[in-house]
Each structure stands twice: as C-alpha cells, then as structure tokens.
Design a protein around this ligand. Structure first.
Ligand SMILES: [Fe+2]
Length: 247
C-alpha cells in the first residue's frame, strides 16, 4: 500500500552539460582499472553522458603503483578496440581521446620518462594525489612535467581533505600553474558533504578550470542523470567559464 513511499524516483536526463561540451575524466576503458567491467557497461555510461549533454569525451584510465600498473601501449590498443565496439553499438558521443589519470606516487617518475606518456588535448596531463596524503617530492614532479612542456591538471582537489580551500598549499599549487579539475558529482554530494562544500567554494572562488564526471560505472551514470535536476548545479554551470570546450 505504501510502497510508493520507498520507490526511488527515476529522473529523466536534461542536457545541462551541453555548456561544457567535453568530459575529460572517466574510467570507461573496460577492465583496466576500477572502472567499467565490460563493453556493455561502458556503452550504457557513454549513452548516459550523451543524454546529459556531452558531445565529446576523453578517457582517463588509472595509472597507479602498485594497484593499476597499466602500460600506455596496451591502453591505447584497448581504447581503439573499445571505440570500434562502441560505434557498432550505437554510441553517438564523439570518443575523441585517450589520456590517463596518473597518481603521483613512487612509480610516477619512471612513467614520466615513457615517450608514450598519455596527454589530454595534446598538452595536458591529468594527475591525482593520494586521498590521504601527498607524496614527498610532489612539487618537483609537477615541475618536471612542466619542464617537459606539459600543462598539469590536478584531478578532484575537493576530495583531498589536507588541501584547504584558500590555504597556503592550495595557493602554492595555483602559483605553480596547476589547473584544477573538480568532479561534477562532488557538487551533488556524491562524495559527502565536505567534498560538496569544498567543490562549490573552489568553483565560486574562480579556482577551477575544468569539470570532469570521473564516471566509473552505471551507478555514477545514474547519479549524473539525477544531478541534471539540481538547479544549484545548473546555475553554477551557467555562471562560470570552464576550459572543457577547448578540448
Ligand atoms: Fe578518476
């Protein structure tokens, strides 16, 4: 009799992410990290991304020691294969690039030496820190990347509790020329209230150049669809400029 009270409303997608155009952070190359587990799941997520307004997407599998010891050549092969399959399965979003989400860890310096080091948009490198603490020597690694001509994007700074908004460390990273990429799902509270508050503060404070979905699987895709009904997020997208469209 009262089961309607417990049934979760299933939202229809609204294309609010059209203003961004390109998603530049997601884990939809199947079976290479903690993202999508099969091509069917990747395709479902890609269709969800298209339904909320994205026209293009760049994939960014994890590179992390020792958890995801991916090899660039292997990732590119799998990406090309996935692209062919996705086209056959009716995906209309433009899958336009393969990068990586490189963890700055003990294996990073060696990865940086690889001439196949994967970039986004021809010049950006997406990096992440550990969620618990930064690695010692992290600034030197960022500097080394910049010396090699890369622009550095830090993935989801709102998710690092040790990085205070407006604090000296954050200021130092910005002064060092690091671009910030906030996860759109953080804005809806997907990673908790603290990350949500910090995500809003960073975007409203003009500290954020890119937004990414960080889609891993269908649960993220549904959360993204639900987020399109969040008026506060829609307003934030309308009132701020991001560099996603330049990719
Ligand atoms: Fe990610």
């Amino acid at each position: 009799m009262f089961d309607f009270l417990f049934r979760k409303k299933k939202y229809e997608p609204i294309p609010i992410f059209e203003v961004l155009g390109t998603d530049m952070h997601c884990h939809l190359v199947p079976k290479v990290d903690d993202g999508s587990k099969c091509i069917e799941e990747s395709v479902e997520c890609m269709k969800a991304l298209a339904s909320v307004g994205y026209k293009k997407m760049i994939l960014t599998p994890h590179f992390q020691t020792p958890r995801f010891e991916n090899d660039e050549d292997d990732i590119v092969r799998r990406y090309e294969e996935m692209k062919r399959q996705a086209a056959d399965m009716g995906v209309e979003i433009d899958i336009c690039g393969i990068g990586g989400e490189y963890r700055i860890d003990s294996g990073f310096a060696k990865r940086l030496e690889n001439p196949r080091f994967l970039q986004i948009g021809g010049k950006y490198v997406l990096v992440e820190f550990s969620l618990h603490q930064q690695m010692m020597g992290c600034d030197e690694m960022i500097f080394d990347m910049q010396m090699k001509g890369y622009e550095v994007i830090l993935a989801h700074p709102e998710r690092y509790p040790y990085l205070n908004v407006g604090g000296s460390r954050m200021e130092q990273l910005k002064n060092q020329g690091v671009f910030f990429q906030v996860n759109v799902l953080s804005l809806g509270g997907f990673y908790g209230e603290e990350a949500k508050r910090r995500a809003f503060e960073m975007v409203e404070g003009g500290l954020v150049e890119f937004l990414g979905t960080d889609t891993h699987n269908s649960m993220y895709a549904q959360a993204l669809i639900d987020l399109t009904h969040n008026r506060k997020v829609e307003k934030l997208l309308m009132n701020h400029e991001f560099l996603n469209k330049t990719l």
